[in-house]
Unconditional design. Structure first.
Length: 284
């Protein structure tokens, strides 16, 4: 075969390989499984990476306004942060960590003012013990009975919780048996679960759905660690997703800057025709 033909074939193969790698990266950025790797891999971050994730598109809305649900998590130790949540004046949900000094008070007060409460379940991440999920965490070394028992105790301490989400857990949420044991006490009480998607390989959403639970999955993470410009980019993205898909779930870490920005963006979202709703309305 002429040298020119071989050269053309080599170029075509190289172009195809580049395209496959690019597609695989596109998949990973959206929380889908890798085309190239069949097993999970460690996730370095301790919190959900602030990336856009597009779960299966919900059924098209039948004439209703686009809906956006906001969960403010990592609560339980600072009253001033909860006061900023309350000042937003919209039906945001609060994710309350267990076994912190103000966990019970925040959950009770949030319920009193009409906000939905989620138990923010701390779970073992990759890089543990360098990264500590905090008190009352669910760990890989625990038996399934221990996991279920710990979740039951956390629920008893926060009786107003309508469901749960996960705090960290990039490692735990990849384990189907442990996630099922974790979610069974929630399913038995007919509570909801929202997967924070701290790993692209999380099976938590599927495990909850397999138990017959009403379940959701976050699409956008807002974290003050990236600075104000990055937070604004995430909040703009949340509005775009709600308009494109008809609905979206935002997970925002409880930080004063984040909450002040959300209060500002509420008016922008509503001016665009987006309605803020309790997160329970976006679970199925």
């Amino acid at each position: 075969m002429p040298a020119g033909v071989w050269k053309a074939l080599a170029g075509l193969i190289a172009a195809l390989l580049i395209a496959v790698v690019a597609l695989d990266q596109w998949q990973a950025r959206r929380g889908l499984r890798s085309l190239l790797w069949s097993s999970g891999r460690p996730v370095a971050e301790a919190r959900p990476a602030p990336t856009r994730v597009a779960p299966p598109r919900p059924p098209a809305a039948t004439g209703g306004a686009p809906r956006l649900a906001v969960i403010v998590d990592d609560l339980g130790s600072r009253r001033d942060v909860f006061d900023l949540v309350r000042e937003i004046g919209r039906p945001v949900a609060v994710g309350v960590l267990p076994e912190l000094p103000l966990s019970g008070w925040i959950a009770s007060e949030a319920t009193r003012v009409g906000l939905e409460v989620l138990l923010d379940l701390p779970m073992e991440p990759y890089r543990y013990p360098e990264v500590d999920p905090g008190p009352g965490a669910l760990m890989m070394a625990m038996s399934t009975a221990e996991l279920g028992g710990r979740v039951t105790r956390h629920l008893a301490a926060l009786p107003s919780a309508i469901g749960a989400t996960n705090h960290m857990g990039s490692r735990m949420t990849e384990d189907r048996a442990r996630m099922r044991a974790t979610l069974e006490p929630l399913a038995a009480r007919r509570l909801i679960f929202v997967d924070a998607l701290t790993s692209n390989h999380s099976v938590a959403f599927e495990a909850a759905r397999g138990l017959g639970m009403r379940v959701g999955r976050r699409q956008v993470v807002v974290d003050a660690a990236g600075g104000e410009a990055a937070e604004r980019e995430r909040l703009d993205e949340a509005g775009r997703l709600a308009l494109e898909r008809g609905e979206a779930i935002v997970l925002a870490h409880g930080h004063p800057l984040t909450l002040r920005l959300i209060k500002e963006y509420v008016h922008k979202w509503e001016a665009a025709g987006i309605r803020l709703v309790p997160v329970s309305q976006l679970t199925r």
